[in-house]
Design a protein around this ligand. Sequence first.
Ligand code: HEC
Ligand code: HEC
Ligand code: HEC
Ligand code: HEC
Ligand code: HEC
Length: 258
Amino acid sequence: MDTFRTRNHSIFLAAAACLLGVFPRTAAAAPAESCVECHKDEKFRVQNKKIYDYYQEWKGSAHDLAGLSCTACHKGDPAKAGKDAAHVGIVPQSDPASPFHYKNIPATCGGCHQPVLERFAKSRHFAQLESTGLGPNCITCHGALNARVYATTIVERACSNCHNAKSKNHPEVIGQAQEILARLNHANGYRKGLKFYYKSVKKPGAMAKVDKAYTDTIDFWHEFDFKKLGPRSQDLLAELKKLYLEAHKAEAGKADGR
Ligand code: HEC
Ligand code: HEC
Ligand code: HEC
Ligand code: HEC
Ligand code: HEC
């Protein structure tokens, strides 16, 4: 319950920040951010490929589409046109004070994705990240400037690099993750079906319960406690399937009555 509220709260903060002009992309008459204006320059394609690539990755990302520009993550002063003035406060990633130093990444991303961070902070992954630096952080799995969920390809993309027969680091979690993710994806399919149905019968409010059940489980995933997540993912799938079948029956009943 609590975690869901915090999530809405952080999205609300992001929205409020948009209104205040922190993310000028969404405000109709706001001036362009100097970061974007300069970093998008085609000259970097030859002069500084890394800078060019970072911009291209961010463009069209979920964060870009949500109106979050460079400063939402990097800070700096977007009102200044000159590089040094705009970069004020920005330190290289290798600096332990950088919000993107590998150990600081969960806190940086978790500033907005709070319910995920709360769960992640309880995981073996987080403990290992803190102690040995060998556990994954958010961008190991999601990517950085174009963060994505990769629901169906994440195991090959991320997990199996660390969990395999050679590393002897819990290779069994691969099969377990595949089973759990298959259930979550299946449940998400029912969720999409229900969204369509509730919209068609003009009861979009009924989705709140479905979305909460799903989101809470995805948040919980980040604790990487598969002993609990196994049964929990089964319960979620059963619950959404039941709702979906009920909706299907109601729809069929209506068609018969016509
Ligand atoms: C006038 C051009 C210009 C502007 C404005 C600008 N940058 Fe940069 N930025 C660069 C260049 C060029 C680099 C490559 C490193 C260098 O030359 O200092 C860079 C590097 C960076 C880096 C890598 C860290 C580093 O210091 O190497 C980050 C992060 C960054 N910029 C973010 C921003 C943000 C956020 C803004 C807006 C608040 C911004 N930049 C505004 C040109 C610019
Ligand atoms: C959702 C947060 C987020 C947003 C928005 C974002 N970045 Fe980043 N950025 C990151 C992360 C995380 C890294 C570290 C990437 C890595 O480790 O591969 C990074 C790294 C960089 C670097 C290299 C830093 C270094 O010290 O070498 C540059 C340059 C950069 N970003 C520029 C930008 C620009 C320009 C924008 C806007 C067009 C932007 N970023 C928007 C999260 C973000
Ligand atoms: C300033 C707030 C903010 C920060 C910081 C931030 N995000 Fe996001 N993120 C959002 C918003 C807003 C969305 C879009 C709405 C949603 O899905 O909740 C989003 C969406 C996402 C998604 C879903 C993408 C999709 O395709 O559905 C992922 C994954 C994600 N962020 C990961 C990250 C990671 C990793 C970082 C740190 C590098 C990060 N975020 C930092 C606000 C933020
Ligand atoms: C070991 C890999 C891994 C790490 C580390 C990780 N995630 Fe995830 N995350 C996933 C997977 C897998 C999913 C999607 C599960 C699904 O949808 O089937 C996901 C889903 C998400 C979503 C989408 C939630 C939604 O409602 O659809 C967000 C946002 C997110 N993660 C943010 C983060 C943030 C922020 C961090 C760091 C604090 C993080 N993740 C760390 C693997 C990871
Ligand atoms: C950067 C390396 C790395 C990546 C990537 C990674 N893990 Fe891990 N994982 C670890 C480490 C290190 C541990 C802690 C092992 C220990 O303490 O015995 C761990 C532990 C776990 C555990 C707990 C095992 C137990 O029984 O205690 C699970 C479950 C897990 N990982 C699942 C995943 C999944 C699923 C993915 C991909 C979405 C993933 N991991 C990606 C390094 C990684």
